[in-house]
Design a protein around this ligand. Structure first.
Ligand code: NAD
Ligand code: ZN
Length: 254
């Protein structure tokens, strides 16, 4: 794919696929938000590459069992750059799909698709959102800003104000199951839409990556846009290697 002629052919094929699709399903991963200053997990600048303890904070069992893991998680979150991040050209280009967008399934927890203007009812946040907190005991939820204000005011591991239980960000941690209704929407999107676009995801995390084989089995073309090879490039109708912002602008903002 480093051959520029092959790249141009893939881009032209992708443009034609997009032009003829009446409805488009989209799957995005951490790579669509790196240009907004939020690092991915596994890349050279990835969170886990720089700080192996981050993997422990992403596990529900260590989070529940170890108060130190929770204190670290809250301290780091209270200083996180994720809350100041702005959508980039890639998020904005997807808004141009307008009514042709069937469903946008994102593995990201940053809320940037909605911030860019994609209607929230078309977005499935399959790994949850960092913009809310939730209680693991009573299920209470609220805006993340509230919890972070308590942390900044000195509560190192703020308990639920309803029941005294443990609260966490409303994200799906390792060891937690996905929400069945969200998974069903993702699967339906890959079958019902005319085309699937997978962007900035290594396609190594299942069951979400399964959207690609599901679309292929349903006879739908798949376009993969990623900076590096993914595990499922061999299934794609067109593979575009490069920056999500550049490639989506070329495809959708022409
Ligand atoms: P990943 O880290 O496994 O893969 C990201 C992929 O994006 C990599 O293959 C990388 O080559 C590619 N990439 C990076 N920058 C790019 C760019 N500018 N243009 C095109 N491609 C680019 O991430 P994943 O597959 O999404 O899965 C890991 C999990 O990480 C997800 O479940 C998600 O919940 C979580 N996560 C979310 C955020 C966020 O919300 N922004 C950030 C980090 C991790
Ligand atoms: Zn509670």
């Amino acid at each position: 794919m480093s051959d520029p002629r092959e790249m141009n052919e893939a881009l032209e094929r992708a443009i034609r696929l997009l032009e003829s699709a009446r409805s488009v399903a989209v799957l995005t991963g951490a790579g669509i938000s790196t240009d907004s200053g939020i690092p991915d997990f596994r890349g050279p600048n990835g969170v886990w590459t720089r700080d192996p303890a981050a993997e422990r904070r992403s596990n529900i069992n260590s989070y529940l069992a170890d108060p130190q893991v929770r204190r670290d998680a809250w301290r780091i979150r209270s200083r996180s750059e994720m809350f100041d991040a702005q959508p980039n050209e890639a998020h904005r280009a997807l808004v141009a799909l307008d009514n042709r967008l069937h469903t946008l399934v994102t593995q990201n927890i940053d809320g940037l698709h909605q911030q860019a203007g994609t209607p929230p009812d078309r977005v499935v946040e399959i790994h949850g959102t960092v913009h809310s907190w939730e209680c693991v005991d009573c299920g209470a939820r609220g805006p993340m800003g509230e919890a972070l204000d308590r942390v900044r005011a000195g509560e190192e591991d703020p308990p639920c104000e309803m029941c005294g239980g443990i609260i966490k960000s409303a994200t799906i941690l390792f060891g937690q199951g996905l929400v069945p209704a969200d998974l069903a929407r993702a699967e339906r999107a890959s079958i019902e839409a005319d085309l699937l676009l997978a962007i900035g995801t290594s396609l190594s995390v299942y069951p979400v990556a399964g959207m690609v084989p599901t679309a292929v089995e349903a006879g739908r073309p798949v376009i993969i846009i990623n900076a590096e090879p993914t595990d499922l490039d061999h299934l794609a109708t067109a593979v575009l290697r490069g920056s999500a912002a550049d490639l989506l602008s070329a495809l959708l903002l022409r």
